[in-house]
Design a protein around this ligand. Structure first.
Ligand code: KIV
Length: 270
């Protein structure tokens, strides 16, 4: 029997010192593979804008695409906690807009939503939580603010930025967020935040002290071409896929595929 990971279960993992293993997924088959491999949390990230649709930022993706990816992932997942990423401008305009969109993600099967930012999103996050919608925070390099940051730069470098980040994390915890993603910040700051919270931190480019780790799967398995310092590549899918596709092309061109065993006779069943 598969025991589903729950929000309280995830928070307990921090208490017991068990690392929380997270990955992004955007479609049925990869979500199924990750779930069967017992990944604890699957994020339907707005990074889909980059790795599925080829945009240079996460800003262009909208609710309709994100809902469709969330539905596909939820159709596959039996064990992992599924978190849907709220895309740019799906929560910022007003509490009402945020409630409607977050509700649609839960209707699609997600158990929680993630939104980016600290002070600016506190009121919105608090309202969602009050309506029973679990919220994951996201601090540090929040990609929806890429233009304000002037690029995908390391965050929390100055004393005041570090103070602000620690304060934001505390406030997100106080209003009831169940976890916080910390992206691209110095390891020492991620450790300070992690040690000061009861809820788990999930790091991406935030060092080893976080309670869990997340990566974009296409980076981690070598499907995307970009190489990032904080990513370890565990497979070379680009090479494997290229090899298979080249072999297929060769066999079709040579007439060695399909063979008799891949073909049907008139009287064959079914
Ligand atoms: O969209 C995403 O994939 C994310 C992770 C990088 C945390 O927000």
């Amino acid at each position: 029997m598969v025991i589903k990971i729950t929000i309280p279960g995830l928070v307990k993992m921090k208490k017991s010192g068990k690392k929380i293993v997270c990955l992004t997924a955007y479609d049925y088959l990869t979500a199924q593979i990750f779930d069967r491999a017992e990944i604890d949390l699957i994020l339907v990230g707005d990074s889909a804008a980059n790795v599925i649709y080829g945009h240079s930022t996460t800003l262009p993706i909208g609710m309709s695409e994100m809902l469709s990816h969330t539905q596909a992932v939820c159709n596959a997942v039996k064990r992992a906690l599924v978190v849907a990423d709220m895309p740019f401008m799906s929560y910022q305009p007003s509490v009402d807009v945020a409630i409607k969109n977050a509700g649609d993600f839960l209707k699609a099967g997600a158990q929680a939503v993630k939104l980016e930012g600290g002070t600016a999103v506190l009121e919105i996050a608090e309202k969602l939580i009050k309506f029973g919608i679990p919220v994951m925070g996201h601090l540090g390099l929040t990609p929806q603010s890429v233009h304000a940051f002037g690029g995908y730069k390391l965050q929390a470098k100055t004393n005041s930025a570090q103070k602000q980040l620690i304060q934001d994390a505390k406030q997100l915890e106080n209003i009831g967020c169940f976890s916080i993603v910390l992206e691209k910040i110095p390891s020492s700051i991620a450790k300070t935040v992690t040690d000061s919270l009861k809820i788990p931190t999930i790091g991406i480019g935030a060092g080893p002290a976080c309670d869990g780790q997340i990566l974009v799967w296409q980076d981690m398995l070598g499907l995307s071409e970009i190489k990032l310092k904080f990513v370890k590549q565990y497979a070379d899918l680009r090479k494997i896929i290229t090899g298979g596709v080249k072999q297929y092309k060769k066999e079709v061109e040579q007439g060695t595929f399909p063979q008799k065993k891949h073909s049907f006779e008139i009287d064959e069943c079914p």
